[in-house]
Design a protein. Structure first.
Length: 177
């Protein structure tokens, strides 16, 4: 697998968005950092030829991802992630009983990490989970949520823990759960 990256001004991204999305098959990542004028664009490519085509057409740079790049998401020693005051997310690792007994006052989601980055370790996922937890603290049960690009479904599952009655998770990635 290869990672194509480029830093670009917003107007450049807007001008090339459709072509980038076509190359990315819906997997284009755009990162905006506070205080920076340029956006960071990333696309994970399955082959060197795909990443080289992006490089040729749009510039930027490519890097080969190590074969074991997902190991940090599937380690047995990864620690549970605490989301606010109501939720703990764990990958399948460590001692399940000790994790459950340590956090008796919280809901638990135990989900295997995979290509879908299911445990909430990814920065944007963790941020979204914390935001959802804070936002829904005082909501009455019965609200609904749609999780587009659900991946592992971690946001959708968390919404159920936080009181959602109806949750829909949709994804077009074959690696999604």
């Amino acid at each position: 697998m290869y990672l194509w990256r480029k830093r670009a001004e917003l107007h450049w991204v807007e001008a090339h968005a459709d072509l980038l999305q076509a190359h990315a098959h819906g997997q284009l990542v755009i990162v905006r950092k506070p205080g920076f004028k340029r956006l960071e664009l990333e696309i994970v490519c399955r082959s060197r030829s795909d990443s080289s085509a992006l490089l040729k057409e749009f510039g930027g740079r490519i890097e080969a991802l190590p074969r074991n790049w997902l190991e940090r998401f599937t380690r047995a020693d990864s620690k549970p992630i605490k989301i606010g005051k109501r939720l703990v997310i764990s990958s399948v690792g460590g001692t399940l009983v000790s994790q459950l007994s340590r956090h008796k006052d919280r809901s638990h989601i135990i989900i295997p990490a995979s290509l879908a980055f299911g445990t909430g370790e990814h920065v944007t996922t963790a941020m979204s989970l914390r935001f959802l937890e804070q936002l829904t603290r005082h909501w009455k049960p019965g609200w609904s949520l749609v999780d587009l690009g659900t991946g592992s479904g971690i946001l959708a599952l968390s919404a159920k823990c936080f009181g959602a009655d109806r949750v829909i998770g949709i994804d077009n990635d074959p690696a999604a759960i």
